[in-house]
Write a protein that binds this ligand. Structure first.
Ligand SMILES: CC(C)(COP(=O)(O)OP(=O)(O)OC[C@H]1O[C@@H](n2cnc3c(N)ncnc32)[C@H](O)[C@@H]1OP(=O)(O)O)[C@@H](O)C(=O)NCCC(=O)NCCS
Length: 167
């Protein structure tokens, strides 16, 4: 398997726009078998859950996996796991401290196996602002710290990711 459309993490890379990146997994004959799109965490724009001044800071540190899919004929072989690991590696190398994403309920086990905390609430603990949350009855949210500074705390009964901003 090879990767990918976007190698360069710099903002003006030829196949990059606004922090968006696409990975394509290929079979040995070059057939595309999996794809992942990641970039700015769109959930931060929902309902103005996070104020603009803080959003700018967080968008530089927290990215999102917006889409990941593996061709039905190639599922169950670890391709999505490899794509996720590559995404985490690339975003960590680019200075990001956490990944977040929204997913179908039936994929909770998949993301937990990949080291994500999954629940009905996305929660970031951002001192001095405090807790920033986004909830859904329909979807689940998954979060994973990419550095040793990131960890989970419980605030008012909500599991939240903390340590995503420097200092
Ligand atoms: C979800 C998806 C990307 C997984 O791709 P994959 O390459 O088959 O996943 P992997 O082989 O890396 O699986 C890793 C683990 O997750 C589990 N898993 C995979 N798909 C799963 C699913 N739909 N539900 C629950 N567990 C799942 C696997 O059993 C495996 O566990 P194991 O290591 O204990 O065997 C793929 O099924 C897919 O494209 N689904 C349709 C699109 C989709 O739902 N995308 C996710 C949107 S958030």
């Amino acid at each position: 398997m090879r990767r990918m459309l976007v190698e360069d993490q710099t903002p003006n890379a030829p196949l990059s726009h606004g922090g968006n990146h696409v990975l394509v997994a290929e079979a040995t004959d070059g057939t595309p078998v999996g794809v992942a799109h990641c970039g700015p965490a769109g959930w931060m724009f929902d309902d103005d859950c996070i104020k603009p001044f803080m959003r700018r800071k967080v968008l530089e540190r927290v990215a999102s996996v917006n889409h990941i899919a593996v061709h039905p004929g190639h599922r169950g072989r670890g391709i999505a796991t490899i794509l996720l690991a590559r995404i985490e590696h690339d975003f960590r190398a680019a200075g990001y401290t956490a990944l977040t994403l929204r997913h179908d309920r039936n994929l909770t086990g998949f993301y937990q196996a990949a080291g994500y905390v999954s629940g009905s609430t996305m929660a970031l603990h951002l001192p001095p602002v405090g807790l920033v949350t986004e909830s859904s009855r329909e979807w689940r949210y998954a979060m994973k710290p990419l550095t040793e500074q990131g960890s989970f705390i419980t605030v008012r009964g909500i599991r939240a990711l903390t340590g995503v901003l420097p200092g």
